[in-house]
Design a protein around this ligand. Structure first.
Ligand code: ADP
Length: 416
């Protein structure tokens, strides 16, 4: 709040009174001039003196009020600076603020420490002094276009999770706040977990195979009495399920640990598609499901860059879900559409559909919608699909309506 200084009114009456006194003393002669003019002059001069003092006094008071106000604002500013510094210095997370010119406006010691010596931090310095990794620069650009984004960055010896948050700065442009978390420990634990799962599933495959061979020998050799046959069949069914589970687990852990390398090759849609449909029809026929393919004109000739084995695997997962969850006698359609630079692979069924709550979770490992638990499965197929699509630089999405069916859309780059 600003205060207007209240200065006294100009002392016109006092000046007039003193002048009148002088005039009387000069023009009325002695002693009358002195008797009448003297008190008049003294009163006027006294008033003048008093008002003058008052004036200077109040001016000084206003000045000191303003100074005080100024001082307390400075004090407040200093306290806020101190608080901000205290927060930034003590944060374990790194913080970097980039202004609308992509220059560093603020950073804390944790950011310097986490990004190690390979970054040159200077106030007002360019963002490129801190980051040179193409993926990181791409994410920061994305934040400047208004999209909040998150990614991981390996800076020896650390693994970092970065988040870029865009916001409007005072000049009307976009500034970006970067936060950095040290996730080295979590990453190490995750790697140990993945290695354990990978080794365990691999080691379990051998005894499971031995059980299968022994059970099959018993069955084929007629060594079991008819009443024991049902138990033997139950063993074989469980072994099948266990084999399926172990295959999916080791496949997923190969993808997650980065052990799986994709091999991008030229792939002609018109050659790839009939082979895939041929295999899938074997699954569809026992359930009398008609499997149709719909291609946009000219797409048979299209040659895309893809890993044929893995593309086959992810489409097989989606198509076998569509087949197994759909009612007998219904139709499953695979549509292929070009939306350059993308190719869309759309799998549509008229099965039970997926509730919104389940749709949020079905790409997680082992998640199976409660309504479909009667149908055999491992709960890992869609997790594998999601990881493969990401490895291929694409996206997978789902539209579904309960009771009407589901549509999974896989968007892949035509050029790999
Ligand atoms: P699985 O099929 O082995 O159970 P997935 O990971 O492939 O595992 O799928 C996870 C869950 O998502 C399924 O258990 C099912 O509940 C749901 N789901 C997947 N595809 C469909 C579909 N086409 N229609 C209805 N539900 C589906």
């Amino acid at each position: 709040m600003t205060r207007t200084p209240q200065l006294p009114a100009p002392p016109i009456a006092a000046i007039a009174l003193a002048c009148l006194g002088v005039w009387m003393m000069a023009s009325l002669g002695q002693p009358l001039g002195l008797i009448l003019g003297g008190p008049c002059f003294l009163t006027g001069a006294g008033l003048l003196l008093r008002q003058g003092l008052l004036h200077f006094g109040s001016e000084a008071r206003v000045k000191s009020d303003l100074e005080l106000e100024n001082l307390s604002l400075k004090d407040l500013g200093r306290k806020e600076d101190h608080l901000r510094q205290g927060i930034l210095v003590n944060l374990r997370e790194g913080v970097v603020l980039l202004d609308s010119r992509k220059e560093v406006r603020l950073y804390n010691p944790a950011a310097q420490l986490l990004l190690s010596n390979s970054s040159r931090f200077t106030m007002g310095g360019s963002l490129h002094g801190i980051f040179r990794e193409p993926e990181t620069l791409r994410h920061i650009e994305l934040a400047y276009s208004g999209q909040e984004t998150e990614w991981t960055l390996a800076r020896d010896p650390r693994a970092l999770r970065l988040r870029a948050i865009p916001f409007e700065s005072v000049d009307g442009g976009t500034s970006v706040l970067l936060t950095l978390d040290d996730i080295t420990r979590q990453e190490a634990l995750e790697t140990t977990r993945q290695k354990f799962i990978s080794n365990a599933s691999h080691e379990l495959k051998t005894p499971v195979t031995s059980i299968r061979i022994a059970a099959e020998n018993l069955m084929d050799g007629g060594f079991v009495a008819p009443e024991g046959e049902n138990n033997l069949k139950a063993i074989l069914r469980s072994v099948d399920r266990m084999t399926m589970l172990l295959n999916d687990i080791s496949e997923l852990s190969r993808i997650e640990t980065g052990a799986l390398r994709l091999e991008f090759l030229p792939l002609q849609i018109g050659v790839f598609l009939p082979q895939l449909l041929e295999e899938m029809r074997h699954q569809a026929e026992p359930r009398r499901i008609s499997l149709k393919a719909e291609l946009e004109p000219g797409l048979e000739q299209l040659v895309m860059k893809a890993d044929p084995l893995r593309l086959h695997q992810l489409l097989e997962n989606l198509l076998s879900n569509a087949i197994k969850f759909s009612p007998e006698g219904s139709e499953v359609v695979l549509r292929i559409q070009s939306r350059a630079p993308w190719l869309l692979w759309i799998v549509q069924d008229s099965g039970p559909g997926i509730a919104d709550n389940d749709a949020k979770r079905i790409f997680e490992r082992f998640y199976r919608a409660p309504s479909t638990r009667g149908v055999p499965g491992t709960g890992l197929g869609l997790a594998i699909v999601k990881h493969l699509v990401l490895l291929m630089g694409g996206e997978v999405s789902l539209q579904s309506e309960l009771g009407k069916g589901s549509t999974f859309t896989v968007k892949l780059p035509i050029q790999g």
